[in-house]
Design a protein around this ligand. Structure first.
Ligand SMILES: Nc1ncnc2c1ncn2[C@@H]1O[C@H](COP(=O)(O)OP(=O)(O)OP(=O)(O)O)[C@@H](O)[C@H]1O
Ligand SMILES: [Mg+2]
Length: 367
């Protein structure tokens, strides 16, 4: 995280919000600034939310009282004052008067200022784990996609040779029984060829970044899926008209969203037949969050929610990996590609799924 340099505000009896920290207000990380006496001099909205206490109550309180291990803050303060560290990470337990204590990862930064020597950033461990998992998942998916493409390239050429040779051989064979063997080789080679082609995909068009309205993208996708499922599938739209334009590649977003919505429609097939299929496309503006490890002030939260059977338990961990499919005839490339395209536009995709409700969430930076 980029650290804002805080200027010391004049000494006061009742600490007041310092204009120097205004930028920190936008962070999703909880931030506390501690003065030389160990009192909370400033905190941002995320810290208020994490503590479940209003700023009015926390300002001026001893910071040590906010933690279960009170001596940890004292130690950090002493060390920050003598300049024995610049930044340090440690696990701490946050005491929240109205709720159970919260395990947090604290990042202490020495500000090298007499008045306010210490800045504390607090991240719930769970949120941190999620960010790490997301990053790991991102790296893994990139790696497996690269591996897949390289492998597909390597298979493509000899495959042509195998098919050609089998065809030649077939002309030499006399009995239909013998020719059955070469037919198997040819048809299996064709099947593999189709798979390889879908892994390699069509040649990628160069990316075109434009200002776009996400609801146009949603409407395009809705129209396509509605045409594919003209009967019995109701696509419910819940759009927040105040979502501003975002800068992204329109075709990539259409493709990504199409893959997600099509999966939902496919999963809903039995419900479509039963007449109670529900598919919703929803847009909202999200709270400030971290996207691909970068803080994002304003993000689009785009959901695709269906009331189908849910993603099979055994696929959940791997569903964004290429070639993972739970569907008869599925190639398992839809979500892998969707994730790649969303990442290219600076966003993330994840999901929550239980039988009866699958909720795919795409987050994209708006600013
Ligand atoms: N909304 C959903 N509800 C239930 N299962 C889902 C849903 N979305 C995805 N899945 C599961 O995840 C699997 C992987 O999806 P993905 O789009 O990557 O591949 P596919 O749909 O099988 O094949 P392709 O999209 O390449 O034609 C699906 O086969 C399905 O089992
Ligand atoms: Mg699919």
């Amino acid at each position: 995280m980029k650290r804002a340099v805080a200027r010391a505000s004049p000494a006061q009896d009742a600490p007041a919000p310092a204009p120097a920290y205004v930028g920190l207000e936008l962070l999703s990380t909880a931030v506390l600034v501690v003065d030389a006496a160990g009192r909370v001099r400033w905190l941002n909205q995320s810290a208020e939310a994490m503590l479940d206490l209003s700023r009015r109550i926390v300002l001026g309180q001893l910071a040590r009282g906010l933690f279960v291990d009170t001596s940890a803050v004292d130690r950090l303060l002493d060390e920050a004052q003598v300049g024995s560290f610049t930044a340090r990470q440690l696990a701490m337990l946050l005491r929240r008067p109205l709720r159970p204590p919260l395990q947090v990862q604290a990042i202490a930064t020495a500000l090298y200022q007499d008045e306010t020597p210490l800045l504390l950033e607090l991240l719930p461990i769970e949120q941190q784990l999620r960010a790490t998992r997301e990053e790991r998942q991102h790296d893994l998916s990139e790696a497996s996609r690269r591996l897949m493409r390289n492998l597909a390239h390597e298979i493509k050429n000899p495959l042509g040779g195998i098919r050609g040779a089998a065809q030649l051989l077939q002309t030499e064979l006399r009995t239909p029984e013998e020719r059955e063997y070469t037919s198997v080789i040819i048809s299996e080679a064709d099947r593999l060829q189709a798979l390889v082609d879908s892994v390699l995909g069509p040649p990628r068009a160069p990316r075109v970044i434009v200002d776009l309205n996400i609801h146009e993208v949603c409407e395009r996708v809705r129209a396509v899926i509605q045409a594919e499922y003209p009967n019995g599938l109701l696509i419910d739209r819940d759009y927040d008209a105040s979502v501003p334009d975002l800068r992204a590649d329109r075709e990539q977003l259409i493709q990504a969203l199409l893959n997600v919505v099509r999966n939902a429609a496919q999963a809903l097939q039995p419900r479509i037949e039963a007449g109670d299929a529900r598919l919703q496309i929803r847009t909202r503006i999200s709270q400030p969050i971290a996207l691909l490890g970068r803080p994002c002030r304003l993000a689009l939260d785009l959901r695709v929610i269906d009331n189908g059977p849910g993603i099979p338990e055994e696929l959940r961990e791997r569903v964004f990996d290429p070639l993972v499919s739970g569907r008869e005839g599925g190639s398992g490339l839809g979500l892998s590609l969707a994730q790649e395209l969303i990442h290219q536009n600076g966003g993330t995709i994840d999901f929550e799924s239980v039988p009866g409700r699958t909720d795919f969430r795409i987050l994209l930076p708006l600013r």
